[in-house]
Design a protein around this ligand. Structure first.
Ligand code: SF4
Length: 507
């Protein structure tokens, strides 16, 4: 694979770190002064010109701050904050699920008492999603524990499932927590959302401070509504240029992680700006932010704009107030990408930063393809896969598993017409292509799960997957090999049985 690495390195010429390869910055990203000891070039990020909501006036913010610093300043009632400070923040939303919920509840009860009440029954969101469609008794018991607790505490947002034989018989059931949080209006600009799941950073797509916490911290939040957080410095990623029609946000984030490594943003905020980011849909922004944890990031953020406000219309009645990085905000470092020059990429086993161009891996034979998860199982991910199948007119050569993230995504797969198809739905196109029938919405095999989990890799296979992690054992068998890819690349690979550049079908 030595040649692969070298070609990938060439592809990264579309990327510019700090000043060396940077294209001239658009006016709204220019200038400032530097402060920190690390290589640090400061550039201002302007608020969207026609934001319908005024930037934060909360607190007397006098010092220039990044949007992450501003959100934490407001949440801790501080006028100004510096990276590295530890502050108590008021939490707007706490999310937990069936894997970490029971442990969190146990800590809450132990520390606050058997009869204690959560700090705010309307700010706790509990979402069974991980190990749902299984006969594993311990997994089923976890959901029962959540249910008992939610009944006891009168939790307002509990997305329950009781009838495992038919998810549609459970109207409250949603599916994968991070997608459900967005669809149900819990992701709001300017707020603090904590969750007992590392991909809680997904919600940063809404201009929210969102990060994963452990059960102990979550138990404390349940009792007090507060968390002690260290303010992260912010790395800014400026993505400009027209997005080629064969790229998706998954390619962008895999490109970035490949560039900075799995520890490149350790305890940093990753702020995504630039004309490309502005052009992304909310689901694509979520894909971008979902994987910041794969670079060690504390959180990811995209400035809220019209796209954000439109997505939120009708989803929440809670007032929210977006914040934006100040013109003179100081960033830890800047990275710049000319997206128009990028190519489809994959992350080879066994690390999300093991980047290679998809075309470099064309000799890698694939046993199966998996399209699902919070990263790659949203409505637009399935529309993207269907587009490739439609363009090819061919059948898949390897088993192709489809796991919609949520009940809403599942319904979209069965109801939304795929553009250019003459009115066919994704499900029709998938059936014609010979894919497996879309499964019940959940985390599915993204995290392996109990042995009877749908599409779990129980054998040492090679899988192209739209999920976010490819560590040994992640999807089941510890010798399984996972190639992380966009839905375009996953669908193209399903059609050939080899890792395949989607341009083979889309151009
Ligand atoms: S889909 Fe995968 S990454 Fe996302 S929350 Fe579920 S197990 Fe975690």
């Amino acid at each position: 694979m030595a040649s692969s690495i070298s070609a990938a390195a060439k592809a990264s010429t579309a990327f510019a770190h700090k000043k060396e390869l940077a294209a001239p910055a658009p006016a709204q990203h220019r200038a400032g002064s530097s402060r920190r000891t690390k290589p640090c070039r400061v550039r201002a990020v302007a608020s969207p010109a026609r934001a319908p909501r005024a930037p934060s006036s909360t607190g007397s913010v006098k010092s220039a701050m990044t949007m992450t610093e501003k959100i934490l300043a407001r949440a801790s009632e501080r006028a100004a904050l510096e990276p590295g400070e530890n502050v108590w923040v008021d939490v707007d939303v706490l999310m937990t699920h069936d894997v970490c919920g029971p442990g969190t509840i146990g800590i809450f009860k132990k520390e606050f008492g058997e009869d204690a009440k959560v700090w705010d029954r309307e700010k706790v969101v509990i979402i069974p999603d991980h190990y749902i469609f299984t006969t594993d008794e311990r997994a089923n018991r976890n959901v029962d524990i959540l249910r008992d607790f939610c009944l006891e505490q009168n939790i307002k947002y509990f997305y329950d499932i009781k009838d495992l034989s038919n998810f549609k018989a459970n109207p409250d059931y949603k599916g994968v927590c991070h997608v459900a949080l967005a669809q149900e209006g819990h992701c709001r600009p300017g707020e603090v959302l904590l969750g007992t799941d590392s991909h809680t950073c997904n919600a940063g797509a809404f201009g929210q401070f969102a990060t994963g916490i452990g059960n102990t911290d979550a138990g404390f939040v349940l009792g007090t509504g507060k968390a002690l957080l260290k303010v992260p410095p912010t790395i800014r990623f400026v993505l400009d240029g027209e997005m080629p029609p064969y790229l998706l946000a998954k390619d962008l984030i895999l490109q970035i992680i490949g560039e900075i490594s799995v520890s490149g943003a350790t305890y940093k905020s990753m702020e995504f700006v630039g004309s490309t980011v502005e052009s992304l849909t909310m689901e694509e922004r979520m894909t971008l932010c979902n994987m910041v944890i794969e670079a060690g990031g504390k959180n990811g953020v995209v400035p809220a704009d019209e796209t954000t406000f439109k997505y939120l219309e009708g989803k929440t009645s809670v007032d929210y107030e977006p914040v934006y990085s100040d013109a003179q905000a100081r960033f830890f470092s800047d990275y710049r990408f000319d997206v128009s020059k990028l190519e489809p990429v994959v992350a080879k086993p066994h690390s999300p930063d093991n980047r290679a161009l998809a075309r470099e891996c064309k000799d890698v034979k694939v046993d199966r393809v998996y399209i699902g998860s919070c990263t790659g199982g949203k409505t637009e991910d399935f529309l993207a896969a269907a587009k490739v199948f439609l363009a090819s007119g061919k059948k898949v050569k390897v088993p192709t598993f489809l796991v919609p993230a949520t009940q809403k995504v599942w319904m979209d797969v069965y109801s939304l017409p795929v553009p250019g198809s003459g009115g066919k739905t994704c499900s029709q196109i998938f059936e014609e292509a010979g894919c497996d029938t879309p499964a019940s919405p959940s985390c599915g095999a993204c995290l392996g799960g109990p042995r009877d989990t749908y599409a779990r890799m129980n054998e040492p296979m090679v899988c192209v997957s739209t999920t976010n992690r490819n560590f040994p054992g992640r999807m089941g068998h510890k010798e399984g090999q996972i190639y992380l890819a966009s839905p375009y690349t996953a669908a193209a690979s399903a059609l050939t049985g080899y890792v395949t550049d989607p341009r083979d079908f889309l151009m």
